[in-house]
Design a protein around this ligand. Structure first.
Ligand SMILES: Cc1ncc(COP(=O)(O)O)c(C=O)c1O
Length: 421
């Protein structure tokens, strides 16, 4: 089971049964989920929602009040998040997926258009493209970073390509300069997916400020609202205005029921109490990302010291990784996940089923896109190790379990080593 987690994937959280060693590492008590019949909780998991007194107090701040959604707290979070990224506008909405969808509509993406999505990315890209009436097309990714790249995007472009959804997967930046150069040359929009990468940088520039628009999720990501939420960002005033109208039935903010409608909208607002939590979370982002970075350093050093260095993720010289997910590539992946689960470790797979082969999307587009060889290989090898900011020495505990499973050799039992890449 994955605790209803939209971003977990795979058998990672199946059958929690922490042993006594795991019980000695109770650093995440507020996030433990105890399954019916399971005697002990999963101690460490990939996705993390801190919720403490400061957040609870913030959550109560807007109530009782005249506005429960899309009010002053949402406006403040929009201002603060946009300022953090250095973009002109943020539009707070009900989820990251909604943010992407409204961005696509505001940018005029629709029937007859194609949208490039990463073959190994999250569902939102193709989902939103299809709902907007456009067709998702899928690029493969680079072996080293598991990210899309100008070199993998260019072969799937056509005269109908209107946009590229650039997913900074796991928090590692896409190589944006060549991608933007390609997109500019072909007259294509770039929308950055920041869900894993809030706080990451590319050549010193904040991710989310480089493309034509960007969006993030607030559901158990770097900035969290203790619920569902998301935000779209752009410095293009007309798009920002349109997104804000689409968010609430086409009304101008503050003029609900009064202003007449210039477009057909939805109801995709963000709640005030959630936005208030998001503001606390945003204020901690750099501190928590620094801990995630230190966790990654410890994992990489620890795996290398234990003879498992071939499994570790890279950080390109031009990249400042946000490290939302620490993802290793290993043989006997499913065995490792089951082994870790028995020791109270909820490892994950981001993502188990390549999005480009989702039957529902293939049925909608009526087209089998054919293989994406790097994606197809990567999805059988990836494991996300828990790396949340309050893990502390839990990192060493996870390292010891991974080392025990492999006995210090990734190619044990004759499996191909992940190093061969
Ligand atoms: C990479 C990525 N993009 C987009 C989304 C969509 O965000 P939401 O779940 O808030 O709709 C997610 C959610 O997990 C994600 O991981």
């Amino acid at each position: 089971m994955n605790n209803g987690d939209p971003d977990a994937g795979g058998p990672a959280d199946a059958g929690p049964r922490a042993d006594s060693a795991a019980r000695n590492h109770e650093t995440n008590a507020g996030n433990d989920v105890i399954e019916a019949g399971a005697p002990t909780p999963v101690k460490y998991r990939c996705l993390w929602t801190p919720f403490d007194a400061e957040m609870r107090d913030a959550m109560l701040r807007p109530t009782p009040g005249p506005v429960y959604y899309d009010g002053p707290e949402v406006e403040a979070l929009e201002r603060e998040a946009a300022a953090y990224l250095g973009v002109a506008r943020g539009v707070g909405v009900s989820s990251g997926t909604t943010a992407l969808y409204l961005a696509m509509l505001a940018m005029g993406i629709g029937p007859g258009d194609e949208v490039v999505c990463a073959a190994n990315g999250y569902l939102s890209g193709p989902e939103c493209a299809i709902h907007a009436g456009a067709k998702p097309v899928y690029c493969d990714v680079l072996e080293a970073t598991a990210n899309m790249d100008a070199r993998t995007v260019e072969p799937v472009l056509s005269p109908r390509t209107k946009a590229i959804v650039a997913v900074h997967l796991y928090g590692h930046p896409v190589d944006m300069d060549p991608l933007m150069e390609l997109a500019r040359r072909r007259g294509i929009f770039v929308i950055e997916d920041l869900a894993h990468a809030f706080g990451g940088r590319y050549k010193g520039r904040p991710l989310g400020s480089i493309g034509d628009a960007s969006f993030t999720s607030f559901a158990r990501k770097g900035v969290t609202v203790a619920g569902q939420g998301g935000m779209a960002f752009t410095s293009e005033p007309e798009w920002a205005h349109r997104m804000s109208l689409l968010r609430r039935h086409g009304w101008e903010r503050g003029h609900a029921y009064r202003s007449r409608l210039s477009l057909v909208g939805f109801n995709h607002t963000l709640s005030e109490s959630l936005a208030a939590v998001g503001r606390v979370s945003l204020s901690r982002l750099d501190r928590y990302n620094a801990v995630r970075r230190e966790n990654a350093r410890r994992y990489t050093a620890g795996l290398t010291a234990r003879g498992l260095g071939a499994a570790v993720p890279v950080e390109m010289p031009w990249a400042s990784h946000a490290w939302l997910h620490y993802v290793i590539r290993v043989p006997r992946r499913d065995g490792l996940i089951a082994f870790l689960s028995e020791r109270g470790i909820g490892a994950g797979i981001h993502y188990k089923h390549p999005v480009y082969r989702e039957p529902a999307y293939v049925a909608r587009t009526g087209e089998d896109p054919g293989p994406r060889p790097v994606t197809d290989r990567i999805v059988t090898e990836i494991v996300t190790l828990p790396s949340h900011p309050d893990m502390g020495d839990g990192i060493d505990y996870v390292l010891d379990q991974v080392a025990e499973f492999y006995g210090g050799r990734l190619d044990a039992a004759g499996e191909p080593a992940a190093a061969a890449r």
